[in-house]
Design a protein around this ligand. Structure first.
Ligand SMILES: [Zn+2]
Length: 534
């Protein structure tokens, strides 16, 4: 070591000392009588140690996810699968010692639906199996059907008139060939620092466009379906979003028995669909065979949420909630949407229970159904316990809920929290997030994020939050696709997420006061009754 270095080291040490002194002044508690708004939010590092130890060393999150996905399969609301999965989850939570674990009926949903068999083949000019899935709530084929494929443009009423009498008993391809590109970008990604910085910026509201054409389109689609039913087509075929064996598929019929019927509707892997279109374009006849067995389940039209609790101590009448939706679509096993969120929330409860950490407020998990049909389960629950979003008439429970935490953006690691515009939360969450910087959680985004059950809470002025998560393959591959399966879950992300959620819930449960709220929103007018659809 040279002498010059020693001098530099001394100088550096002196600068460090100055910084330390300045920091000590800055961090000193406010003097008596001084405004203490800037008191730092307390963080219990001992508790976080125990939560991390349990959640990272003895995690059960992937076991839970495997039972939900592998064992019970897709979990469409109203289906026998979702009931079996929910009964398993309730038993599991009871076995962990959670209190009041039960299925709470929230009201009428409509018929359940399952796809019980699928076989599809190109028969002529050359035999090949076809990758495809029926849309949910559509009828099956009533046994194997062999018939001709036809391409029919059905874009307006003139098209319907020109096709009248030509489609009976046929498999109707309703869309043109769709170009497929190579994937030169990776399908999976994590947020970079600059992605997160961009996400943290306050977005400026965009002017709203008119929405008239959508209503007209809905009206035409109803007419088109009535036409296809009256013409007696065997089924419609359309290319799915996605490629390379991935098919995105939602619903196509109504869950209400009194609504107009639909024909069988089949979503085909794009490459297989395009092949049929290209053969037809060469004026070579195509014969297809489909055998699709779908079952409507009418025995119980009601749906339920799953709830369970850890009772609080001195503030047991107050509540912190965590949740995720439990229902899924049917092409895969609903792994990233949303067994991931459900398993993370169950695991967070297990961690809080097994560590025996003291919780002043009662902590309640709710796993919702009907989310995919418009947040039905969570909105019904909020309406029953906290208040009406239509009138903003509030229930006594409204004063007792501190906050609600939701996970429903896939399997990706939590990188922060969306604050839903609630500025007052920012210093609190900043303190709670600080110990998780080393797990990659660094960002508070003031913006709203939508699309899932925390909205039900925000709609009645309650603090409801969704975490910022790495996208991984959510939009590119898994969200609502046939490849939304266990193997696409990222175990280490799931483990981290459960630890972070458990810690946020722990700190919310033990905070002196409830989380601060935004002003009450305006009442939301009752939306038009919608039926079926995605
Ligand atoms: Zn979801």
């Amino acid at each position: 070591m040279t002498r010059a270095n020693t001098t530099r080291r001394r100088r550096r040490a002196f600068v460090h000392l100055l910084i330390l002194m300045a920091t000590a002044v800055a961090l000193a508690p406010p003097l008596a009588g001084q405004n203490d708004d800037h008191n730092r939010e307390p963080v219990d590092l001992q508790a976080i140690y125990r939560i991390k130890d349990e959640g990272l060393q003895r995690s059960k999150v992937m076991d839970i996810a495997s039972y939900l996905t592998d064992v019970h399969g897709p979990r469409l609301t109203g289906s026998p699968n979702i009931r079996a999965a929910a009964e398993w989850a309730v038993k599991e939570m009871q076995a962990w010692g959670l209190a009041n674990a039960t299925l709470a009926t929230w009201g009428s949903f409509g018929r359940g639906w399952t796809n019980d068999r699928y076989a599809g083949h190109l028969m002529t000019p050359a035999r090949s199996p076809i990758i495809a899935y029926p849309k949910a709530w559509t009828p099956g084929t009533n046994g194997p059907v062999v018939s001709e494929a036809v391409r029919a443009v059905l874009a307006n009423e003139a098209d319907l008139n020109s096709q009248r009498g030509k489609l009976r008993g046929k498999f109707v391809l309703t869309e043109p060939e769709r170009a497929v590109s190579a994937h030169v970008e990776p399908q999976a990604r994590r947020y970079s620092d600059s992605d997160l910085a961009e996400r943290a910026r306050q977005p400026v509201a965009q002017p709203q466009g008119g929405g008239g054409s959508n209503v007209a389109n809905q009206e035409f689609l109803r007419k088109r379906m009535a036409f296809l039913v009256s013409e007696g087509v065997a089924a419609t075929l359309e290319p799915g979003r996605g490629d390379g064996g991935t098919v995105f598929v939602l619903g196509g019929g109504s869950r209400h028995a009194q609504d107009p019927p639909s024909v069988p509707q089949i979503v085909v892997a794009v490459e297989h669909y395009n092949r049929i279109v290209r053969i037809l374009d060469r004026e070579i006849p195509v014969t297809l065979e489909f055998d699709i067995r779908n079952t409507f389940h009418d025995a119980d039209l009601n749906a339920f949420n799953l709830v369970a609790e850890i009772p609080g101590t001195d503030k047991a009448d107050e509540l912190v909630m965590l949740g995720a939706h439990f229902d899924s679509w049917h092409g895969g096993t609903g792994a990233t949407d949303n067994a991931a969120g459900s398993a993370v929330m169950m695991e967070a409860m297990r961690i809080l229970k097994v560590t025996g950490l003291r919780l002043r407020r009662t902590v309640r998990i709710a796993l919702w159904t009907g989310e995919e049909h418009g947040l039905l389960g969570s909105r019904a629950y909020v309406n029953e316990h906290f208040g009406s979003r239509q009138t903003l008439e509030l229930k006594p429970g409204h004063r007792k809920l501190s906050g609600y935490f939701n996970v429903d953006n896939g399997t990706g690691a939590i990188r922060g929290v969306y604050l839903q515009g609630n500025e007052t939360i920012s210093p609190i969450f900043a303190a709670w997030m600080e110990p998780f910087q080393n797990l990659g959680m660094t960002t508070l985004a003031i913006r709203n994020t939508g699309g899932t059950d925390h909205l039900a809470f925000n709609e009645v002025g309650l603090p409801g939050f969704q975490f910022i998560q790495d996208p991984i393959e959510y939009e590119s591959r898994t969200h609502h696709s046939n490849m939304d399966v266990y193997d696409r879950l990222q175990a280490s992300d799931m483990m981290k997420n459960a630890v972070i959620v458990a810690s946020f819930v722990y700190h919310a449960a033990n905070r002196d006061s409830l989380l601060p709220r935004k002003p009450l929103p305006k009442p939301a007018p009752r939306p038009g009754a919608s039926s079926g659809g995605p």
